[in-house]
Ligand binder design. Structure first.
Ligand SMILES: [Zn+2]
Length: 488
């Protein structure tokens, strides 16, 4: 019996109505088996290669990577997503090129005895630092927030003129509740940078050793990211410990800023491109059912990464993995003899790392009416692990079931899902932007991490990927989407 072989409950009704059901089953499985980790890894190697320079949104390298994706979609027979017949949806995207790792030096004692720090062990250059050299006294300013309405000010009674700040990212309030909403405006790196500069600071050591282009380029404002170990060392001789001081601030929501009696020199070499633009890559497979094709399923992943601040940051797990999974799914659905009944839209976002520019652009200028979109599935970091996690899936069981069925019948991976959880913090993924705009969103992640995660780090290369889970993620999407696309 065909049903026994197929086992895929919701494809059943679809296939039962097909007079060539056995052929349909065979062709679905043939396409399913054509998805291979070898191809996914090859695509990941392409996107993470040096020629794209780490895919910093707005840079020539990113735009070339976007072009490559558009060509691959075209080759696969996926149609352009824009009404003007192109795949590229442009938006403004200033960016900075980091020309060298620069340097960070501690100047000790009256003799200014120098201790140089090392890239990438101790510090990363600031992705949007001004170019130049700055030397100054270091002041620890906690979270760098002045929020009078919250009774909180890291800067009260501090003279910051000519100082270099040592600052935490984020906000000191840790709970996800409505109070967090009041802290949200202060959680942006851009707010912190601008505020620090307005108060007279000339430089910044940001305690979070990751590359991050989601910051402001401010004239003459030079900064670098430092490890907690460096922060700890800058506290030496003050009588206070770095980790304890930070913990005190978050515990009591009481600022604990202090002069560290240390001088540092930060040297940065960058070039800023204020008028650049970037793009999303959008492809469409039109639905095969005359009425269902009016409705669409959207799949998205950010194609951009953090560029080459000091060296190549390949952005393999984050997020070549999601991009190549979408590409593999697009190829499979385009090659599939059993066509998706609803329309499928594939979006490769630009500008995610710079502040979710691409997803914001899309929700402002969607290529499909929002009310006709069944759901949006976002992929971010789906290439390291042994299982799947579908955030929000439990809130949308009628969507989730297509993926759990496909997994149970064909893939046998551990798979978990969660309910929609209202977040009071700033949005951190493209999916969150769609969610805010009213779309039903499922976020696909891989779980059961098996390799070290090098987040926004030069070692986030193809070695950091587990290609088998990437293959299975694309297979899961191919079957799940095909089923969901036919759901009546
Ligand atoms: Zn990401």
């Amino acid at each position: 019996m065909v049903a026994k072989h197929l086992l895929f409950a919701l494809l059943l009704s679809f296939i039962a109505s097909n007079t060539h059901s056995q052929e349909a089953e065979k062709s679905i499985l043939a396409t399913f088996h054509s998805i291979s980790s070898h191809d996914l890894l090859k695509d990941a190697a392409e996107l993470t290669s040096a020629k794209y320079g780490g895919r910093l949104s707005g840079s020539p390298g990113y735009l070339q990577a976007a072009q490559w994706v558009a060509e691959e979609l075209k080759k696969a027979g996926v149609k352009p997503g824009l009404s003007d017949g192109t795949y590229l949806q442009y938006f403004p995207n200033a960016y900075s090129e980091v020309l060298s790792p620069g340097s960070l030096t501690l100047l000790k004692g009256k003799q200014n005895q120098e201790k140089g720090y090392n890239f990438p062990e101790d510090y990363f250059p600031g992705s949007n630092s001004a170019s130049g050299t700055v030397t100054g006294e270091v002041v620890y300013v906690g979270y760098g927030i002045s929020a009078p309405e919250l009774g909180y000010d890291d800067y009260s009674n501090l003279d910051l003129k000519g100082k270099i700040l040592l600052m935490e990212t984020g906000v000191p309030y840790g709970k996800n509740d409505s109070i967090q909403l009041k802290w949200e405006p202060y959680s942006y790196h851009r707010y912190k940078f601008q505020h620090a500069k307005e108060l007279g600071a000339v430089g910044l050591l940001y305690v979070s050793k990751i590359a991050n282009p989601n910051t402001s380029f401010l004239k003459d404002f030079i900064y670098a990211h430092v490890s907690e170990a460096v922060a700890g060392e800058l506290f030496e001789g003050t009588g206070q410990k770095y980790t304890e001081t930070k913990a005190e601030i978050t515990k009591g929501l009481k600022p604990s800023s202090l002069l560290l009696n240390k001088r540092v020199r930060i040297e940065a070499k960058t070039k800023h491109f204020p008028d650049s633009r970037s793009c999303n890559v959008i492809g469409v497979i039109e639905g095969s059912d005359p009425s269902l094709k009016e409705e669409a399923i959207v799949m998205g992943a950010h194609l951009d990464a953090v560029g080459s601040p000091g060296t190549l940051f390949p952005g393999a797990l984050d997020n070549a993995s999601g991009s190549v999974d979408i590409l593999a799914t697009a190829r499979a659905l385009a090659a599939s003899k059993v066509k998706p009944a609803r329309t499928i839209i594939f979006i490769f976002f630009g500008g995610e790392e710079c502040g979710l520019y691409g997803s914001k652009k899309y929700v402002e200028a969607p290529v499909w009416p929002k009310e006709k979109v069944v759901c949006m599935i976002n992929l971010d970091m789906v290439g390291n692990g042994t299982g799947f996690f579908l955030a929000n899936g439990k809130t949308h069981p009628s969507i989730l079931k297509y993926f759990t069925d496909a997994n149970e019948k064909y893939l046998h991976r551990e798979m978990n899902a969660s309910e929609v959880r209202v977040s009071f913090s700033r949005p951190r993924t493209d999916g969150a932007i769609f969610e805010k705009d009213g779309y039903k969103v499922l976020h696909l992640y891989t779980s059961g991490t098996v390799k070290p995660v090098y987040y926004h780090h030069p070692l986030d290369n193809t070695e950091a990927l587990t290609p088998e889970i990437m293959e299975d993620a694309a297979k899961l999407l191919y079957l799940g989407i095909l089923g969901l696309a036919a759901d009546k």
